[in-house]
Design a protein around this ligand. Structure first.
Ligand code: NAP
Length: 415
């Protein structure tokens, strides 16, 4: 085996994915960097790689295949190279444009910053995209999980992810508190920690543009802006206004707002049009439980997005299997949405579905739709047959317990 290197080993027969005038150009043998991840990462990566490769082979019969290039970050990178997120890893993702990763350790409290957050921010992957739908057979807490089929577009660079915070009792917090008091007349308790919540017009507009394009390309019927603008008028309220503004300016001929729907269209959405509406964040949590089929694409600032994507995934029993992608302009990093589950590391035990379905998202993003569909078919058939990993098996009556690698092989057989 070759020595691990910070520089990815580039397969000689592969070609990079390019981006021309905002459109991806994917060759038949694209080079795709991967980070297998920490803890259970290597187990689920092996499983996901097998499923992705098999789906591509079944869909294109050898005419297309992926040339993988390994990258490192977090625990493994620290151990091998003494670096948390090597510059080579960042540059390789930038160069090759589409990458996939397993979960990475995030130290709690001090120490290294989250490698996940670093990658998202340095590469300006400004949308965290999380499709949430039910895989029939997966145990879940609601009566009609099949009614929820949403894609959450969560802003990935601002709001609480801006990370502008000052701890209580520090000179910085005191200085800021005095400034707010003396210069702006805003009084805060003297023992306050202070966080800043920036939300910019530019970030809102580009997120909305990406979500609208996705909604239209995928034939979705509605897009909902989820915000707390009734209270935070100049951040969350402005988010809503800027998103509506962008929709009207750039997509006016193909979108309809809720007031237009009732005032001009008699309450019926004209064919081929997309409904753009907004909901207050707290109401949104009720709405997805009580009227899930009225929601389709959800666009939201960072913190709301964190909550709603996990709540929606839990609703369909899929918190451990939900996929995700961090997407920028012509650049994307797909990832398992759960953590490293370190207590199961190396046991070939955990469920690889989150990374497998993230691989499906990746193929869809590359325009390899047939392979993406093949993965979903195989996964659904495997779960429907009751052949599942421990996390599902313990909740499903009469199910057969499979190891992580066996589950991956079962998916390949059922494709
Ligand atoms: P976690 O790794 O997600 O594990 C929590 C529990 O979730 C596990 O004990 C297990 O439940 C279940 N679980 C997670 N992945 C599973 C899988 N693939 N299949 C089946 N069950 C699964 O959360 P954590 O223990 O809080 O975090 C561990 C480390 O991961 C931390 O360093 C954290 O910061 C990091 N993390 C990374 C990411 C990322 O890279 N995107 C995301 C979240 C957390 P049972 O015990 O019930 O079996």
């Amino acid at each position: 085996m070759s020595q691990p290197s910070k520089e990815p080993t580039i397969p000689s027969d592969g070609e990079p994915i390019r981006c021309v005038e905002g459109q991806l150009r994917v060759p038949d043998r694209p080079i795709i960097p991967f980070i297998e991840g920490d803890g259970t990462g290597p187990d689920i990566w092996r499983a996901a790689k097998l499923v992705i490769e098999t789906a591509v082979e079944k869909a294109y019969g050898g005419a297309r295949s992926i040339c993988w290039a390994q990258l490192y970050a977090a625990d493994k990178s620290l151990e091998l190279f003494g670096e948390w997120v090597p510059q080579e890893t960042i540059e390789a993702i930038r160069t090759f444009r589409v990458a996939i990763k397993g979960p990475l350790t995030t130290p709690v409290g001090g120490g290294n910053r989250s490698a996940n957050v670093t990658l998202r921010q340095v590469l300006d992957l400004y949308a965290c995209v999380r499709p949430v739908f039910w895989v029939p057979g997966v145990p879940c807490p609601v009566k009609h999980p099949e009614r929820l089929d949403v894609v959450v577009f969560r802003e990935n660079t601002e709001d609480v992810y801006a990370g502008v915070e000052f701890a209580q009792g520090t000179a910085e917090a005191d200085k800021l508190r005095r400034f707010l008091d003396l210069e702006l007349g805003a009084k805060l308790p003297p023992d306050s920690g202070i966080g800043i919540k920036p939300i910019s017009r530019t970030a809102c507009r580009r997120l909305m543009r990406m979500a609208l394009r996705y909604a239209l390309e995928h034939g979705r019927r509605s897009l909902t802006l989820m915000h707390k603008g009734n209270i935070m008028k100049f951040t969350e309220g402005a988010f809503r206004d800027w998103c509506y503004e962008l929709a009207a300016e750039e997509f006016g001929s193909v979108t309809v707002t809720e007031s237009e729907l009732y005032d001009k269209c008699g309450g019926r959405l004209p064919p081929g049009k997309l409904l753009v509406k907004d909901r207050i964040a707290d109401a949104m949590f009720q709405q997805i439980l009580l009227r899930p089929d009225e929601y389709d694409i959800i666009v939201t600032p960072n913190l709301n997005g964190d909550y709603i994507s996990d709540a929606a995934a839990a609703q369909v029993g899929g918190l451990g299997i939900a996929p995700g992608g961090n997407i920028g302009d012509g650049l994307a990093l797909f990832e398992a949405t759960h953590g490293t589950a370190p207590k199961y590391a190396g046991q070939d035990k955990v469920n690889p579905s989150s990374l497998i379905l993230s691989g499906r998202m990746m193929l869809e993003y590359m325009g390899w739709r047939e392979a993406a569909d093949t993965i979903l078919l195989g996964l659904k058939a495997t779960v429907a047959a009751g052949t599942v990993t421990y996390d599902l098996e313990r909740q499903m009556e009469g199910a057969t317990l499979l190891k992580c690698s066996e589950f991956a092989r079962a998916i390949c057989e059922k494709m």
